[in-house]
Design a protein around this ligand. Structure first.
Ligand code: 5GP
Length: 171
């Protein structure tokens, strides 16, 4: 396996710290329910929450992924729901990457139907060229070109999530 590094561990750490500060400023005087989307968001979320200085709770949702393919089918299946209701809460959904936008727009609609006070989204990576639906995340770590990336939580065929950087797998 050869991996070309796209975003180094140091660059990620700097940017995640900035995002944490920005989120803390935006939510001053409130508390957040941070919802991580399993499994890809786990690494980003665990670093991000340690840079957020307002009170927060965490919960998780799991949805169907591409399986072994590298493109979304457009069909999103809920595999694990939240443990608790979100009505009246300030929600921050944390996801690894937004690509077509189908996953996050589906999830946002689903969560909005449960009447949170506010709902925002934070993604580490954004591939704006690939959008197939109108969706704009509130917080973006890095915009990247249309390449399939792995590492820092992102997998290929269930592997490589543990890499400390974001890279492109080269065959
Ligand atoms: P969307 O619904 O926006 O097309 O896709 C979102 C999901 O697709 C992400 O949560 C992630 O699981 C997967 N995905 C999209 N692009 C990539 C990529 O470059 N690498 C990996 N590992 N997963 C991706």
């Amino acid at each position: 396996m050869q991996v070309r590094v796209l975003i180094s561990a140091e660059e990620i750490a700097r940017r995640v710290q900035e995002l944490g500060r920005e989120i803390s400023a935006d939510y001053q005087g409130r508390s957040i329910l941070v919802i991580g989307i399993l499994k890809g968001a786990v690494v980003f979320m665990s670093d991000l929450i340690r840079h957020i200085s307002v009170p927060l709770e965490v919960d998780f949702m799991a949805i169907s992924s591409y399986g072994e393919a590298t493109e979304t089918s457009g069909v999103v299946q809920l595999l694990k729901d939240l443990d608790r209701p979100i009505e009246g809460r300030d929600i921050l959904v944390v996801e690894d990457i937004v690509d077509s936008g189908l996953t996050l727009s589906y999830l946002s609609q689903l969560l909005k139907s449960r009447k949170p006070a506010t709902l925002k989204t934070a993604v580490l990576l954004d591939k704006p060229e690939r959008r197939r639906t109108e969706f704009t995340p509130d917080y973006v770590g890095f915009a990247i070109p249309d390449e399939f990336v792995i590492g820092y939580g992102l997998d290929y065929n269930h592997r490589h999530r543990e890499l400390p950087y974001v890279g492109v797998l080269e065959k």
